[in-house]
Write a protein that binds this ligand. Structure first.
Ligand code: GLU
Length: 310
């Protein structure tokens, strides 16, 4: 892919402007593999719909994609079930923590949206559909490899294992969903797939490439594959905009104005519709569990490019 001076200048400016902020926020420390990541890491990569790229910082360094995986499993589940999926999960912002249990009880086992943990667990269950956990993990990993055009993408087994050892809240959510008949497969199988999808390791370049179909109405603009329908791509972007940053989604929409999804590994995938897919990575998180410097970088990028949808 060729690159352009215009975007190269912009990402260089964004990186420079973030320099004095590097290391801010708190790295996720609920598992050792995340806790030991250097908080001063920073990377930004852009892939445009017309095949250009621009990047700055450690764009080749892999990190744990964590909840960014929820965008891709949502795509697979919508392709599989269509609009019926919305009978099992809502599409309203939660205003609650990413792993809140209280809301799920109040709403009788129908998670508020597919991007909070409870909703993502339902999506994973829809993909699993009573089948084999390893086969579903392979399906998700294969999807990521195809989208990123890179067969070298792998799952970090240490992260998957630690997620399982510490995933008591996710386990509580899954059991509660099962008690409310909104989980069809065995709890242990659903959690196995969920923990493995969170443990996929990718770098900013790969994630920006993987998200391109969302910037291009569901169609991969580079290899011309149809990933999902334009209608579903629109839905996914809308859910990213309204729910992609948990209880800070409104703030992200105001500051950045792009559909985005964060992960506790410090990555954020953002979509500039019809233009580009962007990935930033900076491991320090804010109080809502979103990358602090990553959000700042996207705010700066949005103002320099004028890509906000508003
Ligand atoms: N593995 C994390 C969890 O399920 C993902 C949360 C996130 O990335 O926001 O708790």
């Amino acid at each position: 892919m060729e690159s352009t001076d215009y975007l190269d200048d912009i990402v260089a400016t964004v990186r420079q402007d973030m320099e004095s902020h590097l290391g801010r926020g708190k790295v996720a420390d609920y598992i050792p593999a995340l806790a030991r990541v250097d908080p001063k890491n920073f990377a930004i990569a852009i892939a445009t719909c017309d095949g250009r790229t621009a990047q700055a910082g450690g764009v080749h360094l892999p990190f744990s994609i964590q909840s960014i995986s929820k965008i891709f499993t949502l795509t697979l589940a919508l392709n599989k079930l269509g609009a019926n999926l919305w009978e099992r999960v809502g599409r309203e912002p939660s205003g609650s923590r990413f792993n809140s249990i209280v809301q799920l009880e109040a709403e009788k086992g129908i998670p508020r949206n597919p991007l909070i943990n409870a909703g993502a667990v339902v999506i994973t269950d829809a993909l699993l559909d009573g089948g084999d956990a390893d086969a579903t993990i392979a399906e998700i990993l294969g999807f990521m490899r195809r989208l990123a055009d890179d067969p070298a993408i792998v799952i970090d087994d240490e992260v998957a294992e630690s997620e399982a050892q510490t995933g008591f809240r996710n386990s509580a959510l899954a059991n509660f969903l099962r008690a409310n008949e909104n989980l069809k497969s065995k709890v242990e199988d659903v959690l196995k797939v969920y923990f493995n999808q969170c443990a996929i390791r990718m770098n900013c370049r790969q994630l920006a490439r993987a998200g391109l179909y969302l910037a291009n109405a569901g169609h991969d603009p580079l290899n011309h594959a149809s990933v999902t329908t334009p209608f579903r791509a629109k839905r996914i972007n809308a859910v990213m905009m309204t729910c992609g940053h948990y209880d800070a989604s409104g703030d992200f929409a105001c500051r950045v104005g792009l559909p985005g999804k964060s992960g506790v590994g410090g990555g954020i995938l953002a979509i500039a519709p019809r233009k580009a897919s962007i990935c930033v990575w900076s491991p320090g998180l804010n109080a809502q569990g979103n990358s602090m410097v990553g959000s700042m970088a996207l705010e700066r990028l949005s103002s320099l490019t004028g890509w906000s949808v508003f």
